[in-house]
Design a binder for this molecule. Structure first.
Ligand code: AMP
Length: 133
C-alpha cells in the first residue's frame, strides 16, 4: 500500500504544499514544533534515508537547502534545524524546523496548533520565497 506521503504527492490527501519539482516535494508538518516546520521528501517511496540511491540522496539535501533558505527568509528564527526520524511514517522525510534555541528541536515537547488559515498563509509565504531562489 502507498505511504501517506505518496498519497499526498499524488494529491489523494491534502497538504499545505511549500515546493515541488519532478523528484521532491515539501509541505508543512501538520503537527508542527514551530511555525514553518516543513517536511521534505523524495517522491520515490523509500523508508530509510540511508537506503536512498546516491543521486536521490544528494538531490534531497540540495532541495532541502533551498527550502531552508526560503524558511530563513520569511520565518523569524536564528536558524533552520534539521532532523530525520521516520519513527511514524515509513517514507523518507527531512524535518526542517525554525529554531530560536536548542530545545526547539525536541520532538517530545508539546506541538503547536495552527488554524487552517494560518497553515495556508505560512505555506504561501514559503512557496513565494522558494520560487524566488
Ligand atoms: P516521523 O516519522 O517520526 O518523522 O514523524 C512523522 C511526521 O509526519 C510527524 O511530525 C507528523 O506530524 C507528520 N505527518 C504525519 N502525517 C502528516 C500529514 N498528513 N501531513 C503533514 N504532516 C504529517
Amino acid at each position: 500500500m502507498a505511504s501517506i506521503f505518496t498519497r499526498i504527492v499524488n494529491g489523494e490527501i491534502p497538504s499545505y504544499k511549500v515546493a515541488e519539482d519532478d523528484r521532491f516535494y515539501a509541505f508543512l508538518d501538520i503537527n508542527p514544533l514551530a511555525e514553518g516546520h516543513t517536511l521534505v521528501i523524495p517522491k520515490v517511496e523509500v523508508d530509510y534515508i540511508f537506503d536512498l540511491d546516491e543521486e536521490t540522496y544528494q538531490g534531497l539535501f540540495a532541495f532541502a537547502r533551498k527550502v531552508a533558505t526560503a524558511q530563513k527568509s520569511v520565518i523569524p528564527c536564528k536558524r533552520i534545524g534539521i532532523a530525520v526520524l521516520g519513527m511514524e511514517v515509513p517514507h523518507t522525510h527531512i524535518h526542517l524546523v525554525p529554531l530560536h534555541s536548542e530545545g526547539d528541536l525536541d520532538f517530545r515537547k508539546e506541538k503547536i496548533s495552527l488554524t487552517p488559515e494560518r497553515f495556508k498563509e505560512i505555506a504561501g509565504l514559503l512557496s513565494n520565497a522558494f520560487n524566488k531562489i
